[in-house]
Design a protein around this ligand. Structure first.
Ligand SMILES: [Ca+2]
Length: 211
């Protein structure tokens, strides 16, 4: 027998302790995931509010929106994941281009990561503003200047307010599943599933600026 101090751990005791730590870590995992997910939604809501505030501030400054004047429907003035790329819009709002922003005012200045195409919560290489799950934020603007947004992307029964919406600009994020509304992710290698059903706001993980 080796000479052992009576206070030393045996291998078995150490293994039991390691096993207990592993079980506790496993129990903690879902709770940690849900806290991280909630933090992402808070960040998305904050970004969306900043985007809408920037578009409205542009309108106040110039009496028009920073979009191609030949666009005459709100549906056509949709930018981001489910519309035209949002680069030109953000270039104007960031004071980088001066087609409409003639006084080169900086209305929004998000963090930037030009090393990635779709960074989380930043402006990417593609010039678009991406949500914390990497999809580009979607923005719809009142291009026909009737002081409402037509259509509400979730329709009138999707749990996301009336259709049309009494707003000058709206912005939204597809959330964790990368698609409008809840349900399964289109690309499970990049995204996770959400409760609820596709195209419907209720119970989904989507984040919207107007509610
Ligand atoms: Ca979604």
């Amino acid at each position: 027998m080796r000479d052992r101090s009576p206070t030393a751990f045996t291998l078995l005791e150490l293994l039991v302790v390691i096993a207990i730590i592993a079980v506790l870590a496993g129990l903690m995992f879902p709770a940690v995931q849900s806290v991280l997910e909630r933090a992402k939604k808070v960040q998305a809501k904050n970004d969306l509010t900043q985007i809408v505030t920037a578009v409205n501030a542009f309108y106040t400054e110039y009496g028009r929106y920073p979009i191609d004047p030949t666009i005459t429907t709100d549906a056509a003035a949709t930018y981001g994941t489910s519309g035209s790329p949002s680069k030109a819009l953000f270039d104007e709002l960031r004071g980088i281009t001066t087609t409409f922003n003639t006084r080169k005012i900086v209305f929004i200045s998000p963090a930037e990561d030009s090393s990635q195409d779709s960074p989380k919560g930043k402006i990417g290489k593609d010039g678009q503003f991406h949500d914390p799950w990497t999809s580009a934020y979607v923005i719809r603007i009142d291009a026909d200047y009737d002081n409402q947004i037509t259509p509400n992307p979730y329709g009138s029964s999707g749990g996301a307010g009336p259709d049309p919406l009494r707003q000058g600009a709206i912005a939204w994020s597809f959330g964790k599943n990368g698609v409008l509304g809840g349900g399964a992710a289109t690309d499970t290698t990049k995204f996770g599933n959400e409760p609820g059903s596709a195209g419907t706001f209720a119970n989904s993980g989507d984040v919207i600026s107007w509610q």
